[in-house]
Design a protein around this ligand. Sequence first.
Ligand SMILES: [Zn+2]
Length: 235
Amino acid sequence: MSDEVKPSEQFNDPAGLVEKFSSLGRLGTSAGGRAIYGGRIAGHGERVLFIGGVHGNETEGVAATAGFFDEFVASGKARKSATDLFFIPVMNPDGLANFSRHNGHGVDLNRNMPTKDWQQNSPGEKYYSGPTAGSESETAILMQVLHEFDPQFIVSLHSWKPMFNVNGPARTYAERMQSALNYVITEDIGYPTPGSLGTYAGWERGIPTITFEIERGLPLGQVYQTVRGALLAVV
Ligand SMILES: [Zn+2]
């Protein structure tokens, strides 16, 4: 079986796409000076943190948050949700604008969280973890949301080989998602991820966390219908 993964499709107007989320409120500013939008959108129940676009070149994750925004947030349906939802649709607007994994400082935000196993490496590397653990403004924003919102479950949308990557005690959530979308559930993606949200929240703090790897290369216009059931199963 080939290990090759197709490239993601690019958005025509990433900056315009990000602005569509401005009604959520502004959490802060990216390394490159772009607004990061997000906020609490639903009332009562389990506290769920829903994040997209940590890696800006994994556009499938943002196609999914955009579809979710249109169907649930803009329409007002989310207010009837059975969860208390905090939504950050584009965590890395610099990366989305530049079709890059990294933020405006060249940092892989999913290696910048201050985990116990955070590792120093070099600028220019694919997994560049930043000058220090937690150095990036995007990371500071995420840390503040984790601290203040205190989520009971986290789902972060990426794209790669299709899978529900379970971090911490999240298997039952993954099974709910899998009943709507037949992706494999795995606790081991095959390589260590120091500085990742899954390690920080899932493994080190015991917050059930799923890194939802949407099939990379799926046409963006098909993404939301593909993942919709899996998302609705947990948010
Ligand atoms: Zn990713």
